[in-house]
Ligand binder design. Structure first.
Ligand code: MSP
Length: 529
């Protein structure tokens, strides 16, 4: 039984599941916002969408964190997982699944998957010697370490020497199959720079990796040897399959009706796990592969890496409390090219939001709404009849905007989507200034003035619709002012806003009553120094 109808396109997007060693930071919020935006875009288009996130709760790192805090690992996980769920609410994330790796349903999936890989003959017992970074939960090559045997990603943490019996996964067996995958599906890993990183890594020759740990209780026992627990990554990656089973169905691989995932969104530091280990594990278990893996960049604060020791961590709870979720969502997606590293600077944050959303978009709507109330009976003016278009080129830009922006969302080029919309909004403001409809009304040119008003209202509507995956609250306010009874947070897309109609020029109907003008986006203020 599937919950999506056969006629609809299925679209599944995932975030990494976050370690619960600490409350979420702005990096976790970044990926989750992006995934939510992609999911909302697909819902807008009428696709059957599943948006998946969750928490990664097993392994040494979590066990040690809980011990240091004097808590049981499960109590610790429960508390932090609740913190993630709360932040997602505050950031207006519409998640369909929240997978916790300590849930019995997930454990059942991991065990079944392990058994399949075992039955395929791809797991064997061997000796693992090497340097282990607990913060990465990963063995490191000695040549990659910093002086003093410190991990390059966690320079304040020394790696630990391990020499123990582990079970290994035969990754080396999948070298040729993986290379064939990257060749036949050039978009499997994006962006291009990350794909190249993976190709170069794989071309050096793949080595089997250990997938069990001894002396670690906080994990899922190996079905074939209970003295071992399953390595946290071999457990965590399976969350994507667990999520693919409907919650009221038995957790089995056969019931994973939403599998395979269309898009895994991840940060660049966990690319290897998703683009190399994961497809090989799936091949071994005989499951289909995900559609694509996109590795985004890292966020810095005022140009510096964020870290607790530098004391420059941005607390997403604090940010969303002081500003609003639309503002945070817009800043990260508009300001940073998805795939590259990007910076958070609070002054810039406030300036961009005020310029784009309060001034350009908010004022555009506000100034013509006032005119429409004064001169057009508070209704959307008509455009029928033989009124000549005042500016065909302006309208023509509006006509193509929907296609350009949809393509940008498809490509995860969120900054391009925002810029394309904003440039039409700016053109709208210029157009009002040039056409001066207030003068046209005074001169008795009612038709001409109404034509301008319609054009501008329609521009604001189209902008609101196309930005709605990013700023759903703002878009809802704009749509309400334009007389629609539509909430972008509660969409029934195919019924209320068919994409082909609302993403095109001209969806605003003449005669529709307009609500009274109110500022749609309050200007943001920087805190007092
Ligand atoms: N638990 C693993 C993922 C398992 S997925 C099967 C993990 N968790 S994490 O909490 O450490 O990181 C989660 C994500 O946050 C990663 O994609 C990582 O790239 C991202 N970020 C961590 N710090 C970041 C920034 N400063 N900026 C942007 N993203 C960052 O890895």
């Amino acid at each position: 039984m599937t919950s999506f109808s056969k006629e609809k396109n299925k679209f599944v997007v995932t975030t990494p599941i976050y370690y619960v060693n600490d409350l979420p930071h702005i990096g976790s919020a970044y990926t989750t916002i992006a995934a939510d935006v992609v999911a909302r875009f697909h819902r807008l288009r009428g696709d059957a969408v599943l948006m998946v996130t969750g928490t990664d709760e097993h392994g040494q790192k979590i066990q040690r964190t809980a011990e240091a805090l004097g808590r049981s690992p499960q109590a610790h996980c429960d508390e932090i997982a609740a913190g993630f769920a709360l932040l997602w609410e505050k950031l207006n994330i519409q998640r369909d699944r929240f997978i916790r790796t300590t849930s019995p349903r997930h454990e059942a999936i991991v065990r079944e998957f392990f058994q399949r890989v075992w039955d395929a003959g791809d797991i064997y017992l061997g000796q693992q010697q090497g340097w282990y970074c607990v913060s990465c939960e990963e063995f490191k090559e000695e040549r990659d370490l910093l002086p003093g045997k410190h991990c390059p990603l966690h320079p304040n943490k020394a790696v630990e020497w391990r020499d123990e019996k582990n079970y290994f996964f035969r990754l080396s067996k999948y070298q040729t199959a993986l290379e064939a995958l990257y060749q036949s599906q050039p978009n499997f890993i994006q962006p291009e720079s990350r794909r190249n990183e993976v190709l170069s890594f794989v071309s050096q020759g793949l080595q089997d990796f250990s997938i069990s740990r001894v002396n670690l209780e906080w994990g899922i026992p190996l079905p074939v040897d209970p003295d071992h627990t399953i390595y946290v990554w071999f457990d965590a990656l399976l969350n994507y399959v667990t999520a693919s089973v409907e919650p009221d169905q038995e957790p089995t691989l056969d019931n994973a009706v939403w599998w395979p995932v269309s898009l895994h969104l991840i940060g660049k530091d966990i690319l290897r796990f998703h683009a190399v280990y994961w497809p090989a594990m799936l091949m071994s278990a005989g499951l289909p592969l995900p559609g694509r893996v996109f590795g985004h960049g890292f966020l810095t604060k005022d140009g510096q890496k964020m870290s607790k020791s530098l004391g420059n961590i941005i607390d997403p709870f604090d940010l969303v409390q002081r500003y609003n979720s639309d503002a945070i969502r817009y800043y990260f997606l508009k300001e940073i090219e998805f795939g590259r590293d990007g910076d958070f600077n609070e002054t810039r944050f406030v300036n961009i939001l005020n310029a784009d959303l309060a001034n350009d978009l908010g004022n555009l709507l506000n100034r013509v709404l006032k005119l429409a109330h004064k001169n057009c009976g508070g209704k959307v003016p008509g455009i029928e009849g033989d009124r000549p278009p005042l500016d065909e080129s302006f309208e023509a830009t509006g006509k193509h905007l929907g296609e350009v922006v949809a393509q940008a969302y498809e490509n995860l080029a969120f900054d391009q989507a925002c810029n394309a919309v904003l440039s039409v909004v700016r053109a709208g403001n210029k157009y009002v200034d040039e056409q001066a409809p207030w003068t046209l009304f005074k001169q008795g040119n009612q038709d001409g003035a109404e034509r301008v008003i319609y054009t501008v209202l329609e521009t604001a509507r189209l902008a609101a619709y196309l930005l709605s995956p990013i700023v759903p609250d703002l878009s809802t306010r704009i749509y309400r002012q334009l007389g629609f009874n539509i909430d972008f947070n509660q969409l029934q897309p195919s019924l209320t806003t068919p994409f082909s109609v609302h993403s095109s020029w001209g969806a605003l109907q003449a005669g529709q009553p307009l609500a009274s003008p109110q500022p749609v986006f309050q200007r943001l203020e920087l805190p007092e120094p």
